[in-house]
Write a protein that binds this ligand. Sequence first.
Ligand code: ADE
Ligand code: ZN
Length: 352
Amino acid sequence: MAAVSKGEGGGDMAQFIAAMPKAEYHVHLEGTLEAEMKFALARRNEVKLPYADVAAMKRSYVFHDLPTFLKVYYEGMNVLLREQDFYDLCYAYLAKAHASNVIYAEMFFDPQQHIDRGVPIADVIGGITRARAAAQADMGIESQLILCFMRDLTASNAMNALDAALPYKEQLVGVGLDSDEKDNPPSKFAAHFAKARDAGLRITAHCDVNQKDSLEHIRQALIDIGVERIDHGGNILQSPELVALARQRNIAFTVCPSFSGKIVVDGKPVDVVRAMLDQGLKVTINSDDPAYMGSKYLTEVIIDTQARSGLTKAELVRISRNAFDAAWVAPDRRDRFQAKLDAFARKWAVAT
Ligand code: ADE
Ligand code: ZN
């Protein structure tokens, strides 16, 4: 298990974090495809993998930037071919999230990558939807689904995916923007976001950390597109004006410390979670692509982050409260989540 701070809260911090009711909004379902499942699906679907075994595959998970990560991430998806594969993928993630005491998740998926390989969108969304229902029935975990536009493909490719998915919009809660950010600003997808919003979908966008034009992309996402959340978004700390705007609009940041811990402000390294908390931004902690990041799911990610960012128990409860606040659900459902967190905080005598 990860290092546990012996400071505030002493040695029970890991138990506290494990038991805390959580929500997660920045997790790519395809990024939860563990090497073991890749081999099982490859066997089932008669797909040949370029690695002898699970250990060799995991040894190949070495990334030094977003494009090198994305190459491995997209290659991994080749084993996902049938409705049952998407069911298995989503159910396995929800079981792991449930084990982390995640009571509510909003999960990303990348339909373009599947459609372009000839997988019908009905099978992708159908398998995921069936798994969501089964996981809720079996474990009580609630979830929704966010369709991501792949920003490094053409605008028309993304529009085709949106049009293909809109007949299934009842199974979606929102749209997002992911993949390689370089020279792919949010403005490229203005028409897509507008169409999705008109269809009743909510809006978020990745602004990955330390990319070319990071701050301009955050500005476009907030001002030109009008996103409700930003996924990652740490570079906002380099702009007091944008920080003020995000605070005023109550924008939630889905930070993934496994992927994007530090940025530089005025020549000094800054811890994103710590600085966002201190500046009154609505920060949440998420796992992103856990199968590619040491198989750390939300409890372990938060344990690592608590130690790295020096988080107190009250701050951890605040981060979980931020997440429930940002849920794309009706107010009574949100209140139900918050009530579980309140009961937890009372049990642990954490003043919030
Ligand atoms: N696709 C999967 N994970 C991603 C990330 N962290 N940033 C951009 N695209 C992604
Ligand atoms: Zn992401």
